[in-house]
Design a protein around this ligand. Structure first.
Ligand code: NAP
Length: 260
């Protein structure tokens, strides 16, 4: 049987890179999408190969329709099918601006990259998955969306980010319902505070909140890592949750429950 194949958006750095490597360890062939950082993408490909996997890199801005077409076309050209789509690519606001001050440019950028891109990419890949034959386990495909604790946590200095992550959470449920009759499970992995380039600018703030404060914001008192998130994605990719769809899997050190 040929190896399963995955398209991971934003796989050149951070969480996406971690996911690509973990999927390679699980025997997946991986299409490593990146936006502009060719060097990082090549590094990620090197790590995928070192993990015993295979793959290729593909440039593309998920916010741009022609680029999304290319991601799908190239992945199919290399692998013949797409067993797993991981919508990971995402950006934060360039400036964390108060809700009463934040501008349209940031709003449009975040909605385009973090929500419009994943929506139309999923639509396109889902059509292909529906056409392809089921694999040995009866799955025509799986989709995993990387959302955030910001899907349900209000941060008034990046409201745009919270709104798109909340939208991505709803998108998960919508596609889960639509694709269940086709044997395609769609789930959400919800990271907490993860050490990547995205959070490097706010390191001191979260060091204090997680580690230095008397009672940290997370019961597990450390930063999350890309590998933490990647292991959850791998479990979904390997069908460890065959009866779960539209579900949110928290990878957040326990951030998300009430404490007293
Ligand atoms: P990161 O380290 O900044 O990496 C972002 C990745 O996305 C890079 O590979 C980048 O490619 C790619 N990318 C950016 N814009 C893109 C676009 N328009 N089209 C295609 N790819 C694009 O970010 P991260 O922390 O790993 O975050 C990954 C995902 O996890 C995001 O959706 C983020 O919202 C989510 N998340 C992160 C955290 C956290 O604490 N870090 C927490 C919760 C959720 P280049 O290398 O080419 O720039």
């Amino acid at each position: 049987m040929s190896k399963s194949s995955a398209l991971v958006t934003g796989a050149s750095r951070g969480i996406g890179r971690g996911i690509a490597v973990e999927l390679a360890r699980a025997g997946y062939r991986v299409a490593i999408n990146y936006a502009g950082n060719l060097e990082a993408a090549n590094e990620a490909l090197g790590l995928v190969r070192a993990a015993g996997g295979d793959g290729f890199i593909v440039q593309g801005d998920v916010a741009v329709a022609a680029d999304r077409d290319r991601l799908v076309t190239e992945t199919l050209a290399h692998f013949g099918r797409i067993d797993l789509l991981v919508n990971n690519a995402g950006v934060g606001p360039k400036v964390r601006a108060d809700l009463l001050e934040s501008g349209e440019e940031s709003f449009d950028r975040l909605f385009s990259i973090n929500l419009k891109g994943p929506f139309f990419l999923t639509q396109q890949v889902a059509r292909k998955m529906i056409e392809q034959a089921p694999d040995a386990r009866g799955f025509r495909g799986r989709v995993v969306n990387i959302t955030s604790i910001s899907a349900y946590t209000a941060s008034i200095n990046r409201g745009d980010y919270c709104m798109v992550k909340s939208g991505l959470s709803m998108m998960t449920k919508l596609f889960a319902e639509r694709l269940a009759p086709h044997g395609i499970n769609v789930n959400e992995v919800r990271p907490g505070v993860i050490a990547t380039d995205l959070t490097s600018g706010v390191k001191a703030k979260y060091d204090k909140l997680i580690i230095q404060d008397e009672r940290g914001i997370t019961p597990i008192r450390r930063w999350g890592t890309p590998e933490d998130v990647a292991l959850a994605v791998r479990a979904l990719a390997e069908d460890r949750f065959p009866f779960s769809t539209g579900a949110a899997f928290d990878v957040d050190g326990g951030f998300g429950f009430f404490r007293l």
